[in-house]
Design a protein around this ligand. Structure first.
Ligand code: AMP
Length: 542
């Protein structure tokens, strides 16, 4: 498994700082392949799907090229859906955090065109747009392409599936020939190769070559979870299986730190391992894990590389790995030296596709499991405690303690059963958090309605709404729930998952309530701001 550190890429300081803030430890495999070629200015065809780090793979070299002093439009990124355009814009904004004078704008159908035109007048250097809306602006001459030096086609196969081929061709014909054209696509059908042939110059094909992967023979399971429930689900699995030593993998250093805090807060003996630790800290953490003082080691892929501990009983993929090979390396840490091992993966939404890819490439079966309920966990914890108690009764001298119990029983008129149950309750500790409504992958896919084309979909029985307000306006998820529940009268708990971005929010609401909610929200304000609420997929393709 090759590893490329970001500082080996020769990116400018401002980008390096942003990458550090995002907690990326090393370039993902597709980034390691694509970024150096893009930095040379070559045209690229990148084969990669969501979850591989593809957005940063084309955005970092692009930002390296953007001249902040030049206020003309320099780059156009085409995306199949509104939601993807927004996600890409958000990721680029994060990467450009320390670069001054760079303006980025997502433009898509469904949004008020007059407003878009006003924003465009402010000197935007990077546009991320859906093809139909970009064409619309080209016709109105509100987008001028004559200074564009870089065009990126993201999820090109999806754009072709959605019938955007002619629009894409028209747009590409209107961009100066002297340019870099980068195309990313999960699949490479002939139509994609035709676009490459007609609109790229001597492109380099980059993809992560798959080695023969041998998956260790251990039990592999996955759970469909919501992002916000991940820590709770991990805790339940840890309680239920009670592995002596566990390795938990995260994709970023930031996530490692956050999760270690969370687990320690919940009373687990957990420590983190990642590239920011000094050698002495690293040695201390590893020593703790080897001697069993630390039961849970939370690590990034790179940091875990050197770990050589034989009795890891369970591996958890807290984040789904960015590459199939990582998966095999991760789960290979358990089931060593003839021991039984288990590997658990937590899957959020569309990550199920990444998991399916992993199964396909690794020719392995990862079985779906239902998240254990609080009762399941309590029952197993109780069984474990009672087994421990039997051992204590058989092996220890309890004489004086029995006397203390007898005195208490006589004093308070408790039964010995009552007293034993109270002990048990005390040892069992705090109740787990509630997890509502976890959905299965089938339900999730079903709920997507129009399938993969529409970007991330809503859950089963739910419709995804788009609201033109986000974190930057000081809005929190609670405000959205409050406003929708308050205005439409539906109970807050019926409102599904909420994805907030800096300037936008997506929220799942029960399908039958959509019109009522949209209508109710028309007249209302959230934190004093008027909002526009509409179906997320509405006109996103135009
Ligand atoms: P994408 O494949 O672009 O949809 O990216 C999936 C997720 O991976 C995003 O949340 C990125 O911020 C994150 N990501 C991108 N590059 C890296 C990296 N080198 N290490 C860890 N996470 C990354």
């Amino acid at each position: 498994m090759e590893e490329l550190r970001f500082d080996e890429l020769g990116l400018q300081e401002a980008l390096m700082r942003a990458v550090a803030d995002m907690g990326f430890e090393a370039a993902s495999p597709i980034q390691a392949q694509a970024i150096p070629v893009e930095l040379e200015g070559r045209d690229v065809i990148g084969q990669a799907q969501t979850g591989t780090g593809k957005t940063a793979a084309f955005s970092l070299p692009l930002l390296e090229k953007i001249d902040p002093k030049n206020k003309k439009l320099q780059s156009l990124i085409l995306c199949p859906t509104r939601e993807l355009a927004i996600q890409v814009a958000e990721e680029i904004r994060k990467l450009a955090k320390y670069m001054h004078g760079i303006k980025i704008l997502p433009i898509y159908g469904g949004q008020d065109i007059v407003k878009q035109i006003r924003s465009l007048k402010g000197g935007v250097q990077i546009i991320i747009g859906t093809p139909g809306r970009v064409m619309d602006h080209m016709r109105r001459k509100t987008i001028k392409l004559d200074h564009v030096h870089t065009v990126i086609l993201d999820e090109a196969d999806e754009m072709l599936n959605m019938g955007f081929v002619e629009d894409i061709e028209t747009i590409l014909e209107s961009v100066p020939e002297e340019r870099q054209t980068v195309l990313f696509s999960a699949t490479m059908p002939e139509a994609i190769m035709n676009i490459a042939k007609n609109f790229q110059k001597d492109p380099v094909l980059v993809r992560v070559l798959k080695k023969e992967l041998t998956v260790p023979k251990i039990g592999q399971y996955y759970y469909m979870v919501r992002q916000k429930n991940k820590a709770e689900v991990l805790s339940r699995l840890l309680d239920m299986y009670n592995p002596k030593l566990s390795l938990v993998f995260c994709n970023t250093k930031k996530m490692v730190d956050e999760l270690v805090n969370e687990l320690q807060g919940r009373g687990y003996f957990a420590e983190g391992l990642h590239g920011d630790l000094k050698q002495s800290q690293r040695d201390r953490v590893m020593a703790g894990f080897r001697n069993g003082k630390t039961e849970i080691l939370v690590a990034t892929d790179v940091a875990a590389r050197g770990i050589d501990v034989d009795d890891v009983e369970a591996v958890f993929n807290y984040d789904i790995p960015q590459d199939e090979e990582y998966y095999v390396h991760r789960i290979g840490r358990t089931g060593r030296a003839g021991r039984e091992g288990m590997a658990f993966s937590l899957v959020v939404g569309r990550e199920i596709y990444k998991l399916k890819d992993i199964q396909r490439y690794c020719k392995t079966k990862i079985h779906e499991r239902q998240i254990p309920s609080v009762n399941d966990v309590t029952k197993i914890k109780t069984d474990n405690i009672l087994t421990r108690m039997s051992k204590i009764i058989e092996e220890e001298d309890l004489g004086s303690l029995i006397q203390a119990i007898e005195e208490k029983i006589n004093e308070e008129e408790y039964s010995s059963l009552e007293l034993a149950a109270a002990f048990l309750k005390d040892i069992l500790g705090e109740e787990s958090e509630e997890i509502e409504e976890i959905y299965s992958p089938e339900q999730w896919e079903e709920g997507r309605g129009r399938g993969r084309k529409s970007g991330r979909g809503a859950e089963a029985g739910m419709t995804r709404l788009f609201i033109n307000i986000g974190k930057k306006q000081g809005i929190r998820p609670g405000d959205i729930v409050g406003a929708i529940a308050g205005e439409s009268g539906i109970p807050g708990k019926m409102i599904g998952s909420i994805d907030m971005y800096d300037r936008y929010t997506f929220v799942d609401v029960p399908r039958g309530q959509v019109s009522a909610i949209i209508k109710a929200m028309k007249k209302s304000k959230i934190k004093g701001k008027s909002v526009n609420v509409e179906r997320a997929n509405n006109a996103s393709n135009s």
